[in-house]
Design a protein around this ligand. Structure first.
Ligand code: FE
Ligand code: FE
Ligand code: ZN
Length: 283
């Protein structure tokens, strides 16, 4: 089964997102848990959630991949920015439990000159303060392009964070195709090799979700500018190999390409047409 969707606006609630996903041909989606710039989250309407859960069940949705606001920097140098991040993270995880068993993805932070090692300690330390054994949500670290002082510029940095988190079964990784390409992992000519490296460094069982984006920039550019599927430097053939790769089956695939609704519907239909998994992988 191919679970594919895109980022949807959360402003009208969960049921509206479910219906919008169906309209676009999707069976999963991503949404910002609050304004991407941060700030207060919308109150959760339990009736709305109940309707969404019924719809998601009826249409066999895959796991959702919620996204934390970009302003949430778990390893900021300033104490007040870190405590704001901790507040958002704590509140988001509480609210994620209304839709149990889904994914919450975040950028592992920018160390802003403190160095990666200090950043890794801070981000892992915050996760240790916030994660609970009771939560059903899996928190995902996103692979990053390595622009500025971003943590997660390579698989080793993500592994170092995961190693320091106590509740390891609450953690996973979200692989962003544009970001790892920009980070220097050549999925263009060696997707198998990149996945072998991921498996050796982190473990493929920790790979829970995929952000599928083409890139405006060449391999190793550390830029992070997303392009439409097939219109960038990575190319459609690579995306086709990603969705059909036997080691990547079953993960929700989220498009974060520069598109309007019509463009997303087209990309979803295109990728569905290229998917051979139902026959080839026996699912
Ligand atoms: Fe992201
Ligand atoms: Fe992403
Ligand atoms: Zn990006």
């Amino acid at each position: 089964m191919l679970y594919i969707g895109n980022h949807l606006s959360a402003s009208k609630g969960y049921e509206a997102m479910g219906k919008q996903a169906l309209k676009l041909g999707a069976n999963t989606f991503a949404f910002f848990t609050r304004n991407p710039r941060g700030g207060k989250a919308k109150e959760i309407d339990e009736e709305d959630v109940r309707k969404f859960l019924a719809l998601a069940k009826e249409h066999s949705f895959g796991k959702l991949v919620a996204h934390a606001p970009y302003t949430m920097n778990t390893c900021a140098a300033k104490e007040n920015i870190r405590s704001f991040a901790k507040e958002m993270l704590t509140d988001d995880l509480k609210r994620m439990e209304f839709t149990p068993g889904n994914y919450y993805n975040f950028h592992p932070g920018s160390h802003v000159g403190q160095g990666s090692d200090a950043g890794i300690e801070m981000t892992a330390g915050m996760l240790n303060e916030v994660l609970t054994p009771e939560q059903t949500t899996t928190v995902l670290l996103e692979t990053m392009a390595g622009k500025g002082s971003e943590l997660g510029r390579n698989f080793e940095e993500l592994r170092a964070i995961l190693d320091r988190v106590e509740l390891k079964d609450k953690m996973g990784v979200c692989l962003d195709t544009c970001h790892i390409w920009d980070g220097g992992y050549d999925i263009g000519t060696d997707l198998d090799g990149v996945l072998e490296t991921f498996d050796a460094v982190i473990g493929l069982e920790r790979l829970k979700a995929i952000h599928m984006n083409d890139s405006m920039n060449p391999l190793g550019s550390h830029k992070d500018r997303h392009e439409k599927i097939g219109e960038g430097q990575i190319g459609l053939d690579v995306m086709e190999r990603v969705i059909n790769h036997p080691k990547l089956q079953g993960r929700p695939i989220i498009l974060e390409t520069p598109n309007d609704d019509e463009g997303y519907a087209k990309e979803i239909a295109l990728l569905r047409s290229l998917y051979r998994g139902n026959a080839a992988n026996g699912q």
